[in-house]
Structure formats: C-alpha cells, structure tokens
Ligand binder design. Structure first.
Ligand code: DUC
Ligand code: ZN
Ligand code: ZN
Ligand code: ZN
Length: 492
C-alpha cells in the first residue's frame, strides 16, 4: 500500500527561495510540489498536515555527531536510537557520524562494527571514517570503503596524542590517497603536541579543574593546525574540510585560502556561536566539566567573527559534535581535567538555536538557515538533491517549522540521553511542529514517534566534480606545489 501525505498551506523554504506551496509525499519521496496559485488535491486516503503559518523545509543534516563512541575510557551515553530520536525532535533528519578505528585496527573492521551499532537508528545516517594510523592496508581499505561502502569522507584528528592523533606523515599519505579516490579529507584542527605540552604545564602549575581545559587549548593551537592542514591540502591539490571551526585564528586561515581560490570548507558548531569561555569559571565543578569539549568555548569576541563567517559563506555548515557524557562519566576527571571525557550535547537544539539566534536576530535569512543547516552539508558530502532539498524525487526528510512556538531548553524535558544541557534555561522561539523521515511522521505535537531501526544507511559516492574543479584551477591558474616539482614537457 502506498503511503500518501499532503503538507498543505505552508511556506516552502529551500536554500534558493521561499514560496507558498503544497507538497505531496508518496512512499517516502517528494512526489509533487504545487505552484503558488494552485494547490494540490489530497489523494484518497492521504493524511493532510495543515502547515498554515509554518515553514516547510528540508530536514536538518548534522554532519558531525558521535553516538555511542568509545572515547577517553568510557562510551558516549547517547546511542544511535536515542540520538537520532532527539535529532528528530529538533528537526534534524540525518546525521553523519564517525567511525573511529583504534590505532592498528583495520578500517573495514571498525566500519563494520559501527554499522552494526547504527542499525537501531531512527533517522537516516552515514559515516565519515577516521584515519588514525597508516600502512598499505589503510591505503587499500580507503579504496574499498569509497568504492563499495559509500564513504566519501575521511577524518583526521590532529589532536589526542597517544590515542588517535595523526602526525604529518599520516596526513600526507591519507590526503594523497583521498585525492586519488575523489574523497574529501576532514580535519579536527588542533596541534596535538602543543595541547599535550600545555596540559602538563597547566596541571603542574596546580590547575587541576575544568578551567585548565581551555588554558591548554588556546586559539593559536587551533589556528596553527588549521593552517597546516590547509597548506598540506594546497600542496597536494586536494579539497579539505575543517570540522568545528571555533576561533578567529582558524577562520583567518580558511578565509585566506578561500580568497586564493582553494577548495576549503569549514563547519561551525551551534554551541560555539552562542556559548563563551565563562562557563569554565563556573564554581560548580559539574557544570564547568559538562562544557569540556574540544575545541573549547572561546572568549566572546570570537563569536562575532564566527557569525560573520557563517553569514558571508566562509563557513558553510553547522554541526554539533554531539558527544554526550553524563555526570558520573565527567567525574572521571574530578582531580585531573585531562581525564574529563570531551564532549557536549547539541543535536536536539541546533536548529532552534540557529533559528532563534540566527534568523530571528536578522543574521540569516530563512533560505540561508536551510543552506547552513542542511543543503550545504548535502552538497559537500554528496547526497544532494536526495537530501537537503525539496525537489520532486528527493527523500521526504522534512521539517514543518513553527516560527512562533516558544520554549525553554532544559535537560528535564529534552530527549537526549544525558543528564545535562549546555543550553539549560535558554529561551528560544521557533520549533518543529512535525518532522518527517522518508515520509514517516517521527515527531508531532511535541511527541516522538520514532521506531528503532527505521533509519537507513546513506551511501555517499565520491565526488569527482569537486576534485576535477580543484585540478582545473591548479592546472589553469597555478600548478600545485607537487606539480611544480615535476619537469615540464619542454624540460623533458
Ligand atoms: N571533541 C569532543 O569534544 N568530543 C569528541 C571528539 C572531539 O574532537
Ligand atoms: Zn557496505
Ligand atoms: Zn573534533
Ligand atoms: Zn567530533
């Protein structure tokens, strides 16, 4: 039996435009979109959702989450079911999570393990795979993942020395391989050697609490790594994507490179846009520790730069790095900030925080909101227009957004599996009225309707167009540094 659903009377918003239209969903896909003047008739037996006064938008894509991640001696408390359910409650319908192999663990083994964990997901998902070590088997597995498992992005941690950190040798090998495959390299940009050294200094100076965390990871440390990753990518002629750009130093590196025409993408976390480093001076140890994440929250003036970066297009995507640890887990670092598991919640409230602080404050238009919460990620990670659009034929991952609904964010009422919210007490206007995952209503009237295992793994083919464009630019305008080392045809 085919399932029909008509969303009537809303304002459709895409990254391109805003218009009044009805939208018909059949069997999980967008089957028709009306013109502004002539609505659509509901087919017999169809459910009709009244979207009068609401915005109808592509569901959010969170390109950076860590469900049930084994990390820093514990496991993130949010699993793929609770996490994708919380996402649905906030209007997000797809998460791209990370497979993170331990050093020496074969990439394909780790990927298979994560696929098993994710089978309980309630919304669609996909995986970036981290390269945490290097040998010929990693080279081969990257090829297999790209060709047979729909993985078109590989992650590199430039921090977490002694665990998952990549040195420059790994970066160069992996970036080169990704370039051959047409895959995108992503980086967590912090200089791990400096973090390690600063952590020892801060701790030995007697600073053992959460306030030691930001002191050991200042903006310069992020700026250095961001610039290094960007320069390595430039020399090798490959595109690169910076996750969680948190400070002016990294944004400057991105801006310089983009103005020179380099294909650099950068993400910002909703929480870095609205929370500053005063949280680490909280006298309540638990509250301060709950904000320990990397990169840390920054002094307030960085926020203005990040908002400007987002509005100007220097930053293209918004994410959450959703990585939840409950209070007893955070207390593993009670007498040593270096042992506090890094991570905060965020997936449920990203859309509302960006709507309230971005659209309502006039920093973003509704179309720009759709671009930075959904469409840009879909394009960069090559699932557009199946995701991130309202085109006929696209998956019906849709949020019907009520711009008037007011609420106060609190751990007491949220759906995330964590006993704390970094947005506790924040009042926001704008919330999902309905969330649809491939045509199924998974959230309505404040109620979750998600079911375990209804989410699907989304294959993401490698994106030759980006790679080709990069090569063209370099061949036409300026050869890559690698190409300049080779003899020209005339030189023989
Ligand atoms: N940062 C975090 O805060 N948690 C997970 C991994 C990361 O890079
Ligand atoms: Zn597969
Ligand atoms: Zn990171
Ligand atoms: Zn992360």
């Amino acid at each position: 039996m085919s399932k029909h659903l008509l969303i009537r009377g809303g304002t459709l918003v895409t990254a391109d435009d805003e218009r009044r239209a009805d939208l018909l969903v059949i069997d999980g896909k967008i089957a028709a979109v009306s013109t502004a003047d002539e609505g659509l008739d509901a087919p017999a037996g169809a459910r009709v959702i009244d979207a009068g006064g609401a915005y109808v938008m592509p569901g959010g894509i969170d390109p950076h989450t860590h469900m049930e991640l084994p990390f820093m001696g514990t496991v993130a408390s949010e699993d793929f079911f609770t996490g994708t359910s919380a996402a649905a409650a906030g209007g997000t319908t797809m998460a791209i999570d990370f497979v993170i192999p331990s050093p020496k663990e074969p990439l394909l083994d780790a990927y298979t393990k994560w696929r098993g964990w994710a089978e309980k997901a309630a919304c669609d998902y996909s995986f970036h795979v981290a390269v945490t070590w290097w040998d010929e088997s990693v080279h081969a597995d990257m090829g297999t993942l790209a060709a047979e498992h729909g993985v078109n992005s590989f992650k590199h941690f430039m921090a977490y020395k002694g665990a998952i950190m990549c040195d420059d040798e790994v970066l160069v090998n992996s970036f080169t391989r990704a370039g051959e495959l047409g895959a995108l390299c992503t980086v967590h940009a912090e200089n791990g050697e400096l973090v390690w050294a600063l952590q020892q200094r801060v701790f030995e100076a007697g600073i053992t609490g959460p306030e030691g965390h930001p002191r050991s990871r200042p903006p310069e440390v992020e700026g250095e790594a961001a610039n290094r990753a960007i320069r390595i990518a430039e020399v090798l002629g490959v595109p690169v994507y910076l996750v969680h750009t948190s400070c002016i130093d990294a944004l400057e590196a991105v801006t310089r490179a983009r103005l020179e025409g380099q294909r650099v993408f950068a993400e910002v976390l909703a929480q870095h846009l609205v929370i500053d480093d005063s949280v680490y001076r909280d006298r309540d140890w638990d509250r301060a520790a709950h904000h320990v994440m990397s990169p840390p929250f920054r002094p307030k003036h960085h926020q203005d730069a990040l908002w400007a970066g987002l509005a100007s297009g220097m930053l293209q995507t918004t994410a959450t790095d959703h990585c939840c640890f409950c209070t007893p887990q955070k207390r593993m670092g009670l007498d040593d900030f270096r042992k506090i598991p890094n991570g905060t919640n965020g997936i449920e409230d990203r859309m509302a925080v960006l709507w309230h602080h971005g659209v309502r404050s006039g920093k973003l238009t509704p179309s720009e909101f759709v671009a930075v919460t959904s469409t840009n990620a879909a394009k960069i990670f090559n699932v557009y227009p199946r995701k991130g659009s309202l085109a006929v034929g696209a998956d019906a991952d849709i949020v019907v957004w009520d711009p008037k609904r007011e609420r106060t964010i609190s751990a007491a009422t949220h759906n995330q599996n964590i006993d704390f919210s970094i947005y506790e007490g924040m009042e926001v206007i704008g919330a999902p009225a309905y969330t649809l995952s491939r045509g199924r209503v998974v959230y309505e009237d404040g109620q979750l309707k998600t079911e375990k295992g209804t989410g699907r793994y989304v294959d993401r083919p490698c994106h030759a167009p980006y790679w080709a464009a990069q090569r063209l630019r370099n061949e036409g305008a300026k050869a890559t540094a690698v190409e300049r080392t080779l003899p020209t045809p005339e030189e023989g």
